[in-house]
Design a protein around this ligand. Sequence first.
Ligand code: SAM
Length: 246
Amino acid sequence: MGNAKIRLFVDQPIGAGQAVALNEAQANYLFAVMRLGVGASILVFDGQNGEWRAEVAEAGKRKGVLICVEQTARLRMPPDLWLLFAPIKKARTDFIVEKATELGAARVMPVQTRFTNADRVKVDKLRLHAIEAAEQCGGTFVPQVDDVMPLAKVLADWPANRRILWCNEHLAGVAEALPKGGDTGPWAVLIGPEGGFSQEEQDRLAAMPQVVQASLGPRILRADTAAVAALVLWQAHLGDWVGDQG
Ligand code: SAM
């Protein structure tokens, strides 16, 4: 069987005996960088059918074929948790998407707020960061990464049954983190930009019945730190860090 430690996300359905065609980048990585040849085993996942051990059946310079042999892990869906955040500088935005994937967000939604001050967001690159993070953290699911949307539009269309954990820096040190007895339905975490939320945005959020305001402790965190802290807080209270983690 070999030591199938390399994990690769493949954008096509996998299953017993399924042939998986590799693209040029994947073939280059497996055969030129990792120096694998025909018969070598790797692990693949497609975000829907768990993780499978697959064997190299054809190894070319620009293409190749894998054959799925046996399932090695079932699909583990994260909780129904979305992360809404205002994009910041590129490296820090990349970090947020990577950590959201590792920490188990199901959907990542960059939102344009009044004081968002970001480099141009390349969503395709963010999607690749999510895939790489899932490959490295043993995940079998890759979160959906949306195009940037105005926060006002997102809130105007907001589902009635989805709670929003609004991380409000004005509550720093004066409020509880996650209020007790929070329900376990669909949720989202909302993190603002470096400049915080405008008065209009704060009024809009405060008027929404789905919104729960939270403090992330006594200090004002940078937006990327705040995203990680809020996801950890939510997962530890209401998410899949609680109870059976299998
Ligand atoms: N410019 C704002 C200020 O000086 O008050 C700080 C914004 S902070 C850098 C970016 C975002 O992180 C905030 O909009 C909020 O969502 C979140 N955040 C940071 N620290 C927080 C805290 N202690 N409690 C709640 N949210 C916090």
